[in-house]
Design a protein around this ligand. Structure first.
Ligand code: FES
Length: 581
């Protein structure tokens, strides 16, 4: 930690718009004054953009306008000038085919909004899965001082005396219906129990994981990730975040000062300890690409391999985010990693202090929620990266959500050429499949199913479910919801639509996986694979019919490097040409 605060006072970038007496200055300042701002607010104080992903159609972020008011109060208190700016809000539960297709669009829009406007510092007001990485990517590419405050998770769901975890319960109940264990009426009754307050998914799904990643990276104040969306302390967090960003601007504490390689290494270890979503891997690779940190899939495997999963939350465990908060939240996890020698303690955070200073006094109030190491859900948490002739650039699996007995397995492939093929045949009792088979789904990667939908945890065939079987090995180039579970191998790269070996797997081929050995193998010779690949032609992707989908299809990179657009990688800074009035 070598950060040296900048001298204050000094001229900020907003003064290019507001400071002075030129015609352009009067133009910019005068227009803003139509909102009733007094002249002395334009005296060179930090202008703080509150980048708000609120939308009626992003219900997970539905309460962010209220939080924005608290952020504003904090900014005013600290002597800043807050301006609330609506930004692209990619809702996980609304956007089709998947919010992931719009992560890069949102990141691009946020970057341009930050650079093109008189913003000296930004509060990234986020929550639902893609809103967090997209704003962090945009902020990283401008390197304008920025701080994250998330909306916080929903309260626990309860249905007939049982916890209902967002997403996790939905997957479980829909499998129970196929297996004849639950009625459709009961399923409808459970619907309202799943989402009983404002906030993001209450499981350790992607939203909670990304909130944890923001905190572990040092980009949010300590304790931010777990406070429930409706807890008064969430509003307090928003207000003190507003105060803090003003000082960050004065100090010139930028994303590139905070998001160093050490910070990413801390975050990867935290992901293992919390049993975090596989989606975090793609998002952190993309964020790292924006700040110029060399982060790879191998880093994920190397750093996560010996991290025990100690947070007992669904989908890997039993509890929900509300209980994680009451147990002490993420600071306890960071403290435990620090005590185990698995934390770069000096890594700088938005507070201006190192991460260890923030967490060293944390207390675990519930050892059934944040487990002792000897009771960890798995001793080898993290995300396992498998490689082999079926995935030369890697494929990933979340051990804490998988079935231990299936992590070494050899089975006959049952191949679905795309998601429509899967849907057409999976419920057919004539399908030649049993629980020893390996389900293979192709053409669902970033290009093949533009956006890389979360279909990798494809449901099992009813005839297998009816035997009481709940898991099978599944392989695809798709993603999986952070709330899902199973022995599911994802992000196979190169993807099928880009001509990866996954494209040439046929029903009846034998596939071996060995998670401990990090191996995934298609039982064919190199020559046989080469012959089949020579015959392969890229599939038509009917959804690509111009516009943004065309841009996405043509520019998106592989999941193994973060699925960003090739032309968006890197930091382009915040210089902007003078206006042309
Ligand atoms: Fe928005 Fe889970 S669907 S947080």
């Amino acid at each position: 930690m070598t950060f040296k605060p900048a001298q204050w006072p000094r001229k900020l970038r907003s003064q290019e718009w507001y400071g002075g007496t030129s015609r352009d200055n009067i133009y910019h300042r005068g227009w803003l004054k139509n909102q009733g701002y007094p002249h002395d607010l334009f005296d060179g104080r930090p202008v703080i953009g509150i980048l708000n992903t609120w939308s009626d159609l992003t219900p997970c972020n539905g309460h962010l306008r209220e939080l924005a008011e608290k952020v504003k109060a904090g900014v005013w208190e600290a002597g800043g000038f807050p301006v609330e700016v609506p930004v692209f809000s990619a809702s996980e539960n609304t956007f089709r085919p998947t919010a992931m297709m719009y992560r890069n669009l949102a990141a691009m829009a946020v970057e341009e909004q930050m650079r093109a406007q008189p913003i000296d510092g930004a509060v990234l007001l986020v929550g639902c899965d893609k809103t967090t990485p997209s704003l962090m990517m945009g902020a990283a590419s401008t390197d304008i001082p920025s701080i994250v405050v998330t909306g916080g998770p929903m309260l626990n769901g309860w249905f007939r005396g049982e916890r209902v975890g967002s997403g996790t319960a939905l997957w479980q109940m829909s499998e129970d219906i196929k297996a004849g264990k639950m009625s459709q009426d009961d399923f409808l009754d459970a619907e309202q129990a799943m989402s009983r307050s404002s906030g993001t998914c209450n499981t350790m799904g992607t939203a909670s994981t990304m909130a944890s990643m923001a905190e572990a990276l040092g980009m949010a104040l300590s304790g931010n990730a777990t406070i429930p969306g409706v807890d008064a302390r969430r509003r307090v967090m928003a207000q003190i975040t507003g105060r803090r960003i003003v000082q960050m601007v004065k100090d010139d504490l930028k994303p590139s000062d905070i998001m160093t390689k050490q910070a990413f290494e801390n975050a990867i270890r935290v992901n293992g300890a919390i049993g975090g979503s596989t989606n975090a891997l793609i998002h952190l690779l993309a964020i790292a690409g924006r700040v110029g940190v060399d982060l790879t899939l191998d880093d994920w495997d190397r750093l996560g391999r010996d991290v025990p999963t100690i947070v007992n939350l669904m989908p890997s465990g039993k509890y929900l985010m509300e209980e994680f908060f009451y147990a002490g939240g993420l600071p306890v996890v960071l403290k435990r990693l620090g005590e185990a020698g698995m934390l770069h303690k000096d890594a700088l955070t938005v507070s201006g202090a190192g991460v260890w200073d923030e967490v060293k006094d944390a207390v675990n109030w519930n050892e059934d929620v944040i487990l002792p190491v000897e009771k960890a859900l798995t001793q080898s948490g993290g995300i396992a990266v498998l490689k082999g002739n079926l995935a030369p650039s890697g494929a990933v699996l979340k051990p804490s959500a998988a079935t231990p007995e299936l992590m070494q397995h050899r089975g006959r492939a049952v191949v679905f050429e795309d998601i429509d093929d899967y849907k057409a045949r999976i419920n057919d009792d004539a399908l030649d499949i049993d629980e020893t088979c390996v389900m293979v789904l192709k053409n669902c990667g970033p290009r093949g199913y533009p956006g890389m939908s979360e279909v990798g945890n494809m449901g099992l065939p009813p005839k297998v479910l009816k035997k009481g079987i709940t898991d099978m090995v599944r392989i695809s180039d798709a993603r999986m919801s952070g709330t899902a579970y199973g022995t599911v191998i994802l992000h196979t790269a190169p993807e099928a639509a880009a001509g990866g070996p996954l494209a040439i797997v046929q029903t009846g081929d034998m596939i071996e996986i060995d998670v401990a050995g990090r191996r995934i193998h298609l039982d064919l010779t190199d020559e046989e694979i080469a012959v089949r690949l020579a015959d392969w032609t890229a599939p038509e992707v009917p959804a690509v019919n111009g516009g943004y989908t065309r841009l996405y299809h043509d520019a998106v990179e592989g999941a193994d490097t973060g699925a960003d657009f090739s032309f968006l990688k890197g930091c382009r800074g915040n210089e902007v040409p003078r206006d042309s009035h």
